[in-house]
Write a protein that binds this ligand. Structure first.
Ligand SMILES: *Cc1c(COP(=O)(O)O)cnc(C)c1O
Length: 493
């Protein structure tokens, strides 16, 4: 199976090369030329396996250059005691028709771990397969969750170094502490004087500096990225859709072969797109409910076929969904149309005018598989309070957006189809908003909020967050945007 760019559609490369390159030279994203299909028997077999073995079976279909033994070894190292629960991605049954897929039992307590615990291993194995001897140096600009998950995934992985830039005053105290206390011999974290866009622009400039790349090459390094457009991050996410389906069947809530819906709190469209790939492979899914917060650009797109990022940007209590350009949507458009020229055209319009219209046919194709809905920040907080008081289930702000949108969807369409809400973060990561939702007023900030939340709910904070306050701070350096490259040069001396 080969991988092609969404913008050119020609000259395929292998999976390992797609993982090394991340983004195609023409600016497009890599997609497989064909989507493997599986039978119900295959899914029945998965139902009897644990998460790791499910992962090996699914990944093997896409990563043909990796042997079974190699994938087994990689999956065992990626999904083990680094997760605080042996089932890795447990399904919590809320009621007969509703489950919650908890994707936050990894070391950084957000769903990014599901991919970033395994992607560094896929990347280093890919380097070996392509005879690459230099050390790969990952540069990340982060607005919070991705930076920490990437640091934790790459820490002490041989043949790699990682440097993360975050906006000095643009992340939560817990997020800052998570990064500043990062362990590992190959990691570095630097704050940037500026906002997330400044940090991101600075990183892009470093990537584009050919002279700098040459200098690093002489030192035995090359730069790469770990962001969510890399195929190596998307493919591990397909696994948990199969896994959730099997667990719903195993719980006796669904007959094998019957359809299950998924409701996904969405930002960059990476998580939900992995689910769509699972459906294309043959997983019996009814619909994907794409849930947005006040930044509802995807809701409008799914309803009208017009993607328009010219709109106000809102900062909400679900910051990982505060996004106006959902990069992975490009992959869906390519896979639905197979038309690289059309996709290139849409992306050119997006960059020139901030807007494109896919027309009636593509809109109809999107609508048969996706429903778009959104909710206001205040309503997502109410949802946290409601689920807690009525069902004793505590959810984070992102999951709450999905939960509320699902309730609206069911009310609007009359659907009584079983549905899994995809839960993307531990409530302890966003303790301030969750406490507010439970009606607790406090002046506290940072780690003290976690103690309050634990006292209020009786649910202990996850260990990696609970121990933060006691960890030594290792990284305190901050730089001006103009000095970011110099900081990289010093790290890779
Ligand atoms: C990244 C993230 C999301 C959004 O996921 P996408 O793949 O970008 O759509 C939602 N919730 C949380 C907690 C996240 O960290």
């Amino acid at each position: 199976m080969n991988y092609v760019s969404t913008r050119q559609g020609t000259a395929g490369i292998t999976a390992s090369q797609a993982i090394i390159h991340g983004i195609a030279p023409d600016g497009g994203l890599y997609v497989p030329t064909e989507i493997p299909s599986v039978s119900l028997d295959f899914i029945r077999e998965l139902c009897g396996l644990d998460y790791r073995s499910r992962a090996v079976r699914i990944l093997g279909l896409y990563l043909e250059e990796f042997s079974q033994a190699e994938l087994e070894q990689i999956a065992a190292a990626s999904y083990g005691d680094n997760f605080d629960c042996p089932s890795i991605a447990p399904l919590h049954v809320l009621d007969d028709k509703t489950g919650v897929l908890e994707l936050w039992h990894g070391p950084t307590c957000a769903f990014k771990d599901m991919a970033l615990q395994i992607m560094p291993r896929l990347l280093t194995a890919s380097l070996g397969k392509n005879g690459e001897k230099r050390t790969v140096s990952i540069l990340v600009a982060t607005s919070g969750d991705t930076g920490k998950a990437a640091l934790e995934g790459f820490r002490d992985v041989p043949g790699t170094r990682i440097m993360v830039f975050y906006p000095k005053d643009g992340v939560s105290q817990v997020q800052k502490l998570q990064m500043a206390t990062q362990e590992g011999g190959n990691v570095n974290v630097v704050a940037v004087e500026g906002n997330f866009d400044d940090a991101q622009t600075g990183v892009k400039k470093i990537f584009a500096d050919k002279g700098f790349a040459e200098k690093l090459n002489e030192r035995g390094y090359f730069l790469s990225s770990a962001n969510s457009i890399n195929w190596g991050r998307l493919v591990p996410q397909i696994v948990y859709y199969f896994s959730a389906y099997c667990d719903f069947v195993n719980e006796g809530k669904l007959a094998l072969g019957d359809k299950l819906d998924f409701c996904v709190p969405t930002g960059n469209f990476g998580n939900i797109l992995a689910g769509w790939f699972a459906k294309r492979m043959g997983l019996p899914v009814g619909r994907f409910i794409c849930a947005s917060n006040d930044n509802n650009v995807l809701t409008d797109f799914i309803r009208t076929g017009v993607y328009d990022k010219n709109r106000p940007f809102y900062q909400t209590g679900s910051p990982s969904m505060d996004i106006l350009v959902s990069s992975n949507l490009e992959r869906l458009l390519y896979c639905l149309t197979g038309d690289a020229a059309a996709v290139s055209g849409f992306m050119a319009q997006l960059s020139d005018a901030g807007r494109y219209d896919v027309g009636q046919d593509i809109r109809a194709a999107v609508q048969t598989e996706f429903y778009g809905g959104w909710c206001k920040n205040a309503d997502s907080l109410k949802e946290i309070g409601k689920r807690w008081s009525e069902q004793g289930y505590l959810m984070d702000t992102h999951t709450a957006v999905a939960s509320r949108v699902l309730a609206d969807y069911r009310a609007e369409t009359g659907s009584d189809a079983p549905c899994v809400i995809v839960s993307t973060a531990s409530p302890y990561k966003f303790g301030g908003s969750v406490l507010e939702a439970l009606g607790v007023r406090t002046e506290e900030t940072g780690p003290a909020l976690m103690e309050l939340l634990a006292a209020e709910t009786g649910i202990p904070a996850p260990a990696p967050l609970a121990c933060l306050a006691d960890k030594p701070v290792r990284f305190e350096k901050w730089v001006e945007v103009g000095d970011m490259e110099q900081a990289v040069a010093e790290f890779l001396a």
